[in-house]
Design a protein around this ligand. Structure first.
Ligand code: GLC
Ligand code: CA
Length: 551
């Protein structure tokens, strides 16, 4: 059976940051609706919307207090219905972010659980321990312990992998599994086409009585991934959920966020015989080079170069291993990491050649809004802008090592997820045509990107992405076989073959000109970034350049 998502080109929209329609500085659903012609023009065929459910916005919508309604900042349910309808009319599928590992502490289930110790909702969450002692030393991704004292004063604690205002659901409880399926089906009934399953790899936890082993066995919180990521019960509990959805809505894309999944786990999660997901998003692609890290202070927010050799190995392994199993997702950035043009690319040419490298491989492109303009992270200048405990710790440690406050902020701006959630720059006007009001997120803009200018300039990043996506949508790049050519660390070269067609994608990863021997007589460039020259079977590429050649 073929599915729409076999040929998906996904555009990730952070709704708060895309377009404000009512002048409150916060992007919303009607704003997205206004921009459908832009999405059409770019050439994508699906959007993934970060969460739009009712939320106290502790984590920008990932803390849900009502799954059956749209957050008032985003609009109304009627706006959502209209958005789905208009996107469909434009031939664009809709993928919603589905937060299933936790809820907001303001969700009525949690509120009842803490108000009434005999509540049936008590067992919807994870309460453990006694005498106000933390059950173990596991650490939260957002800093500190995963345990927070039960506000009801029972002496127990409740479990939160993320912010303390985001308690984890107890997936051991069949009622929780049933409730989450009901929510998913409610939205599918509305006509959405896919779900991005947020943090699903964390729904199962090891025995809570165990400390995560550390050298000094202290109670200091440690990230205990091995105890709360990718446990076998994740598959056991997700399977009926995925099977039910596919039974009732067979053309639904199930896209799992599997940050720490290895390629072998990706096989387990996406292999057809396992009845789970269609594709997963791993964070394992981007191995960083730690050799230049300053050891005199915390490494967490120090900018690091991508280790291109490791990156190339990772890409080749994922491409090979998933061939015939499922489609890998192809992406360079998302709302949880710094932007491509800040984190990896040294200049515009490299941003382009890295985009062609990534997206012309086999798999589903997921383009993060603004990436197609060459947008960079904003630069913040106030610690409160980050609203993050881990940033406070980092700045403290950098200052103790003699760095100035400004130097520390610069580093955090280059590496943190929040400055990558910039308001979309539509024009050069005040507030970028994003809003008539000051945007919810402000900072210094470090690029010259804006939609209006780039659409008019045939040489712009936008028009480069557009051409690249046209190429991506051909059978050769959708369905062709991938294989990696043997080259040294300065280049990444692969071939795609489909029936009697074949193409070569060759990218110079270095800051020097390089020369490559071509395996065949290639000419005719379909797409290029930077300068190239072909003479006989030799290809010269200028620094960071990339080219797509056909026979
Ligand atoms: C996912 C989201 C991230 C969020 C977290 C908790 O990792 O991508 O933004 O903070 O889940 O929901
Ligand atoms: Ca608004």
């Amino acid at each position: 059976m073929t599915h729409w998502y076999d040929k998906a080109v996904i555009y990730q929209i952070y709704p708060k940051s895309f377009q404000d329609s009512n002048g409150d500085g916060i992007g919303d659903l009607n704003g997205i609706r206004q921009r459908i012609p832009y999405l059409k023009e770019l050439g994508i065929n699906a959007v993934w919307l970060n969460p739009v459910f009712v939320s106290p916005q502790v984590d920008n919508g990932y803390d849900v207090s009502n799954y059956f309604a749209v957050d008032p900042h985003m609009g109304t349910m009627a706006d959502m219905d209209n958005l789905i309808q208009d996107l469909h009319q434009a031939g664009i599928k809709v993928i919603m972010d589905f937060v299933l590992n936790h809820t907001s502490d303001q969700h009525p289930w949690f509120q009842d659980a803490i108000k009434n110790p005999n509540s049936i909702y008590r067992d919807y969450y994870i309460f453990a321990g006694k005498d106000n002692k933390r059950p173990n030393n596991w650490g939260s991704f957002f800093g500190g312990s995963v345990w927070e004292p039960d506000p009801a004063g029972t002496g127990q604690s409740y479990f939160h992998l993320f912010d303390k205002r985001m308690p984890d659901l107890n997936w051991k409880n069949p009622e929780v599994r049933h409730a989450m399926l009901e929510i998913a089906e409610y939205w599918l009934e509305k006509g959405i086409d896919g779900l991005r399953l947020d943090a699903f790899i964390h729904i199962a936890k090891a025995d809570l009585r165990q400390n995560y082993p550390t050298a000094d066995n202290s109670q200091k919180p440690v990230i205990a991934e091995g105890f709360f990521a990718n446990l076998p019960q994740v598959q056991e509990w997700m399977r009926p959920f995925c099977e039910e959805i596919k039974k009732d809505y067979p053309d639904t894309l199930l896209l799992g966020e599997a940050a720490s999944a290895s390629v072998n786990l990706a096989v387990d999660y996406t292999s057809k015989r396992n009845h789970l997901m269609d594709s997963v998003i791993t964070f394992r692609y981007f191995t960083e080079d730690d050799s230049k890290v300053d050891k005199s202070f915390s490494a967490q927010y120090q900018p690091k170069e991508l280790d291109f050799t490791a990156f190339k190995q990772n890409q080749a392994i994922w491409q090979q291993t998933l061939a015939g199993i499922s489609q890998p997702t192809l992406y360079w950035n998302n709302h949880d990491m710094a932007r491509l043009a800040t984190r990896v690319a040294h200049n515009q040419t490299q941003a382009r050649s890295l985009a062609m490298l990534m997206y012309l491989q086999r798999g589903i492109p997921v383009i993060y809004y603004g990436e197609e303009l060459g947008l960079k992270n904003l630069e913040f200048d106030n610690i409160d802008d980050f609203k993050d405990l881990t940033v406070q710790d980092f700045v403290k440690s950098a200052k103790a090592a003699g760095k100035s406050q400004a130097q520390a902020f610069k580093m955090v701006s280059q590496t943190h997820k929040l400055p990558a959630r910039n308001p979309m720059p539509w024009t050069t006007e005040k507030n970028y045509g994003f809003s008539t009001h000051t945007p919810w997120l402000t900072g210094k803009k470090l690029d010259h990107a804006d939609v209006a200018d780039e659409m008019l300039d045939s040489q712009s990043m936008f028009n480069f992405y557009k051409k690249m996506l046209e190429l991506k949508k051909t059978d050769l790049f959708e369905e062709g076989k991938y294989y990696l050519l043997a080259t040294d660390k300065n280049s990444y070269v692969y071939q795609r073959d489909y029936q009697d067609q074949s193409a070569l994608v060759a990218v110079n990863l270095s800051e020097k000109e390089i020369e490559l021997s071509l395996p065949d007589a290639y000419h005719q460039a379909d797409l290029a970034a930077g300068e190239y020259e072909i003479k006989e079977n030799k290809l010269k590429l200028s620094p960071y350049a990339g080219v797509v050649l056909e026979k």
